[in-house]
Write a protein that binds this ligand. Structure first.
Ligand SMILES: Nc1nc2c(c(=O)[nH]1)N[C@H]1C(S)=C(S)[C@@H](COP(=O)(O)OP(=O)(O)OC[C@H]3O[C@@H](n4cnc5c(=O)[nH]c(N)nc54)[C@H](O)[C@@H]3O)O[C@H]1N2
Ligand SMILES: Nc1nc2c(c(=O)[nH]1)N[C@H]1C(S)=C(S)[C@@H](COP(=O)(O)OP(=O)(O)OC[C@H]3O[C@@H](n4cnc5c(=O)[nH]c(N)nc54)[C@H](O)[C@@H]3O)O[C@H]1N2
Ligand code: SF4
Ligand SMILES: [Mo]
Length: 684
């Protein structure tokens, strides 16, 4: 399959990148004498094109890392100390099963699973784990920490998490990269944008930070955080005023235009310019581009969602393509997520039906800080007595982490963490169970970037005593007396049935990927998966919930300039060489990132007597975070950029940027507002 193979006995195993990244690359692992000796991108898989990002190029370093957790551990010091003693798997699982059973006998809702996308795999994600917790009757977890504001917005507007096929961005005439640092977070999409650029396309980046991506676009609209809704409405204003509209497409394939038109007419470029902190002329120019260049494609991403009005902002942007008829062309439209195209059989994988007629409460993963500190009450139910964490590192990634740490430090909380590494969360565990990496287990993946199903086959045996998540939940189920047949499905069975009959599994076994059959221009003739079949500018479903049926600009909870005590808006986008808090412990990658940084504009630095590379204290009423200031052109006046997500224990004062973020939720989707956060900065 690949050209250079080290030696005769080597074997090549197709796999899939497990990370939370829209590119979902196809991997090829070369194995010799049971050891993975090389990991490459699969050249036969078109979206991967044989190339991996820098992070995953170092995946072997991760798998064979000297600090890999290789045996089960039991706490031997105070909570949070990270001191452990080795214990056998049997002893650990027996004791965990005993303790969980005792809590469940009182009320299983006192047990909480906590997981996210350490792996995006359907099998090592919520398959056996879902079955286990549903059978148990544990609290349900609302998995909202990343994408649910935009997801809800897409569902309400387009009908599902669907959009343009990513490969056709290469043919676009105009690309708006809206709320995404694509060079960092989806480098394969960026290659397509570069191809379009070479063919003459115009690229515009809309981002409060002057990112690497912004630098490489023709135009950078450097708006204030959380003002995208206002910008989108002002673009509509200009489309109406100049009649850059596709009246036929609007009439046939949209609903609610009269109301939206009226609202847009209230958003003159001057009004939006004031809100967004950018020149009105820049808005006019952008509207002219969008109204006149064909085909026009929008790569809409997560930056704009992590604020109070994130859902409304995504709704407003998602309306734009229908206004100009961009969907008629396969290189026109918008892409936020393609995950709604994948027909995964989650009901079978996760078996919600095992709940029977029990209806456990749901806890939002964003508010874990508050919820771990909440006592029992009639409205909340029982206090949380046990947490089982897998595929996530809540101490580092959840907002207002001072409270998260206090919650996990409770002596009466029983915490089990399934992990590959000694993360901040592991420090607070009662039991640590070593988990396999992607090279050591089966899995199957959809994606939110392209439209191929990906299969991951194990390339090597589990390292040390590590076990796949699935195996841990199977064994716990057995120890807790859950005899249901579904706990005997093997990981390969789970992969085989995950997509029912929708994909050819033999093909997946052979080459590692299989494309879904989706039309090139899915909405050229309307046919949106909404109740009306139209692009719903006005959402009846939202109106019935008592919400605004039309998209609007919803200001931040903590809008830039609204507080004298904390006058700076802080955003905390991801660093290039990590994936959220994953890879922070890979030394070669940490060497590139250096140390925790806060980018600050020269004017804001001068006003505070801060010089470049000085240690600073970043603070608000929720906490303080110490790091090095970087006086930088990447920061605009009034906005500082705290790049994430460092492990707390590697930070200057044992915290990271989430010490400052709040647990408030977005307008739609109950999501976090990481980038809706006011702070001030002083020399430390
Ligand atoms: N290297 C790397 N890649 C990653 C990740 C990572 O941590 N590192 N994380 C992965 C994950 S989990 C996700 S969800 C995706 C995220 O994928 P993207 O959303 O495509 O990527 P980000 O790099 O987070 O880009 C968000 C951008 O939005 C900007 N931004 C902040 N606030 C606003 C705002 O109010 N409006 C606008 N318009 N822009 C704003 C930020 O400055 C940042 O440049 O990336 C994935 N890929
Ligand atoms: N301030 C701020 N905070 C943020 C963000 C931000 O932009 N700014 N981004 C947010 C976003 S977009 C997201 S998605 C979340 C991410 O939050 P998380 O999903 O918690 O992501 P990670 O930090 O990557 O932690 C995943 C953990 O899973 C482990 N893991 C990986 N594979 C396996 C496996 O097979 N089994 C087991 N048991 N463990 C495994 C990894 O070692 C890693 O420690 O963070 C959010 N937090
Ligand atoms: S993190 Fe993204 S770009 Fe990197 S290998 Fe994985 S899927 Fe590809
Ligand atoms: Mo994410």
């Amino acid at each position: 399959m690949l050209e250079t193979v080290p030696a005769a006995a080597a074997r090549q195993v197709p796999g899939a990148c497990p990370h939370d990244c829209p590119d979902t690359c196809a991997l090829v692992t070369t194995v010799q004498d049971g050891v993975a000796v090389r990991l490459q991108g699969n050249p036969a898989h078109q979206p991967t094109d044989g190339v991996l990002c820098n992070k995953v190029s170092h995946y072997l370093e991760r798998t064979y890392h000297p600090e890999r957790l290789l045996q089960p551990l039991r706490r031997s010091g105070p909570k949070g100390s990270g001191r452990f003693e080795p214990v056998s798997w049997d002893a650990a699982l027996d004791d965990i099963a005993r303790r969980l059973s005792a809590i469940a006998a009182r009320d299983p809702q006192a047990i909480l699973p906590y997981s996210y996308c350490g792996t995006m795999g359907l099998v090592q994600g919520e398959a056996m784990a879902g079955r286990f917790f549903h059978r148990l009757g544990a609290s349900l977890l609302d998995r909202t920490i990343c994408a649910s504001a935009g997801a809800e917005a897409l569902v309400q507007t387009l009908g599902a998490k669907v959009g343009m096929k990513v490969e056709f961005f290469a043919e676009a005439g105009l690309i708006l990269v809206w709320g995404s640092n694509a060079i960092t977070s989806s480098v394969h999409f960026w290659r397509l944008a570069q191809e379009a650029k070479r063919r003459g396309a115009r690229l515009v980046c809309i981002d409060p930070r002057r990112t690497e991506t912004a630098e490489k676009c023709h135009e950078h609209v450097q708006l204030l955080p959380g003002t995208d809704g206002a910008l989108a409405l002002a673009l509509m204003h200009e489309l109406v005023v100049h009649d850059w509209l596709d009246h036929d497409y609007i009439a046939r394939h949209t609903s609610g235009w009269e109301g939206l038109r009226e609202r847009a007419l209230r958003w003159t470029p001057e009004r939006a310019a004031h809100v967004c902190g950018i020149p009105a002329q820049q808005i006019r120019d952008l509207a002219r581009d969008y109204g006149t260049i064909r085909p026009a494609a929008i790569r809409l991403n997560y930056g704009m969602q992590r604020v109070r009005g994130g859902g409304n902002a995504v709704r407003a942007v998602a309306c734009l393509p229908a206004l100009v008829g961009a969907w008629r062309h396969r290189a026109g439209g918008v892409l936020l997520s393609s995950s709604g195209f994948f027909p995964a059989d989650r009901a079978w994988l996760q078996r919600l039906d095992l709940l029977g007629d029990r209806r456990p409460r749901t806890i939002n993963m964003v508010t874990i800080g508050d919820d771990l500190l909440r006592p029992s009450s009639p409205s909340f139910g029982p206090a949380v007595e046990a947490v089982v964490v897998y595929n996530s590192n809540p101490l580092a990634v959840a907002p207002e982490s001072g409270k998260v740490a206090r919650g996990f430090a409770r002596e009466d909380l029983f915490t089990v963490v399934l992990e590959q590494f000694h993360t901040d969360t592991v420090d607070y565990a009662d039991y640590v169970l070593p988990a396999t990496t992607q090279l050591e287990h089966w899995d199957i993946h959809g994606t939110y970037g392209h439209t191929d199903v990906m299969l991951n086959q194990p390339a090597i045996a589990p390292v040390g005593q590590s076990r796949p998540n699935t195996q841990v939940f199977r064994e716990l189920a057995q120890r807790m007396g859950f005899t249901d047949a579904c706990f005997r499905d093997s990981d390969e069975d789970l992969c085989r049935r995950a997509f029912g009959g929708h994909v050819d599994f033999e093909r997946l076994l052979g080459q590692g990927f299989a494309s879904l059959h989706i039309p090139d221009a899915p909405f050229a003739d309307g046919g949106f998966p909404t109740p009306s079949g139209k692009c719903e500018f006005f959402s009846e479903r939202l109106a019935r919930q008592g919400l605004d049926g039309l998209p609007d600009h919803v200001p931040n909870y903590e809008a830039a300039g609204s507080s004298q005590r904390h006058p700076l808006a802080m955003i905390s986008p991801p660093a290039r060489n990590w994936l959220n808090s994953t890879f922070v412990n890979v030394q070669s990658l940490r060497d590139i990132e250096g140390e925790p940084l806060l980018e600050i504009h020269a004017d804001d630095a001068a006003a505070r007597g801060i010089v470049d590379r000085q240690m600073v204290r970043v603070f608000n009423d929720r906490g303080e975070y110490h790091c090095r200031a970087r006086v930088s052109k990447r920061a605009r006046p009034g906005v500082v950029n705290g790049l994430g997500i460092w492990w707390r224990k590697l930070g200057a004062n044992g915290t990271n940027v989430n010490e400052l973020t709040s647990q408030r939720l977005t307008d739609l989707g109950r999501a976090p507002v990481f980038y809706d956060c006011l702070v001030d900065v002083q020399p430390a």
